[in-house]
Write a protein of this length. Structure first.
Length: 358
């Protein structure tokens, strides 16, 4: 569904005119949606430019000589070699000696019996065959008798400002659903079968005494007995060692030339200033189709729009008339003009700028 509207002045009063055959329509209209022509204000663009203030140039700069501090080692005492006697090293260790050797003894272990349960087969297992009937299910299928179509319906507009209701009408593109016919039928789910059923065997439980562990002889090893004694052993024999006493040096600090004086050429870059200006991007004075609210959504949304415009100061709180559509539309056009929005209609771009999302 879409709405045909034409802006006839810059005042906040608009006449909606029903167009005759040959008038342009919105491109690619969607069923269930409304459209209207909105006035598009001038579009401006802010651009930033760099302006040259001072050109680049070269200058000569003199760099003085630089010095650095270095350290030098000066010999004070020559290196010497001396001989030193290193005594032998001993350590105390503990040693075990055998007092009594290992021996073997034997122990008699009697037999162990236990009572166990045993199952004896009374009747062996067998198989019998059982007939399983077929399973059917009733299903419903739908056949399309007529495809879906669209049709145009003409309705009067609720916000018409003309005294003649025929001056403004709404054309609604209504979708007519497809027609279907239901057909029921029986569908075989599982065919009849003959399945084997196993009859388990029957057993009888009896108890009897059985040998668990036979009598045996256990061998016991009696470990050997040891005694710990302490004694001194040589770890490292005495030796002569030559010790080198290193030479002794002293650090001397002095200044030396690191880099001689010189001149360098420095490039000074150009200086620029950033300026910002606004240019006309697109002229006004034309209108284009925009998606707008339909009649069913308009009353409740107008109340939301009125509340937002009161908060933003476009409607004075001491002069509010709740539900006054003309008061709300006049304030809305002022808000659209201030924010460079399409003016004259409750289009979705304006609703988004107001923070209202449907």
């Amino acid at each position: 569904m879409f709405m045909l509207k034409k802006r006839i002045s810059i005042l906040p009063i608009f006449l909606t005119v029903f167009t005759v055959a040959g008038q342009d329509f919105p491109s690619n209209p969607e069923p269930g949606r409304c459209y209207a022509k909105c006035y598009i204000p001038e579009q401006y663009e802010t651009i930033t430019e760099q302006v040259l203030i001072k050109s680049a140039y070269k200058k000569i700069e003199e760099i003085p000589a630089s010095y650095k501090t270095v350290e030098e080692n000066k010999l004070i005492k020559e290196a010497v070699i001396r001989t030193e006697i290193i005594p032998a090293e001993y350590k105390t260790i503990e040693e075990q000696i055998m007092v009594k050797p290992e021996r073997i003894e034997y122990e008699e272990i009697p037999a162990v019996y236990e009572e166990v349960e045993q199952q004896i087969l009374v009747t062996p297992s067998s198989i019998k065959y059982v007939e399983v009937p077929a399973v059917y299910e009733t299903v419903v299928e739908y056949l399309e008798t007529a495809p879906p179509t669209n049709k145009w319906e003409k309705k009067p507009a609720t916000d018409c400002t003309s005294n003649n209701p025929k001056d403004c009408l709404l054309w609604c593109n209504v979708q007519v659903p497809a027609e279907n016919k239901a057909i029921s039928k029986q569908v075989l789910i599982t065919p009849a079968t003959i399945q084997p059923v196993e009859i388990p065997a029957e057993y009888k439980t009896i108890k009897e005494k059985v040998l668990k562990t036979p009598a045996s002889t256990k061998q016991i090893i009696i470990p050997a007995e040891y005694k710990t004694i302490t004694k001194q052993v040589l770890v490292k024999p005495a030796e002569k060692k030559e010790i080198v006493e290193p030479a002794v040096y002293q650090n001397i600090t002095r200044n030396v030339l690191d880099q001689p004086a010189r001149t360098i050429e420095i490039e000074v870059p150009a200086q620029y200033k950033t300026i910002t200006k606004t240019i006309l991007k697109e002229k006004s004075g034309y209108s284009e189709w925009k998606e707008v609210l339909c009649d069913t959504e308009r009353p409740s949304t107008l109340l939301q729009v009125q509340e937002v415009l009161i908060k933003k100061g476009y409607i004075l709180s001491d002069r509010v008339v709740v539900g006054d559509e003309m008061q709300t539309m006049n304030a809305l056009i002022k808000f659209q003009s201030d924010n460079n929005l399409p003016t004259g209609q409750l289009d979705f771009e304006t609703l988004s700028a107001l923070g209202i999302h449907l």
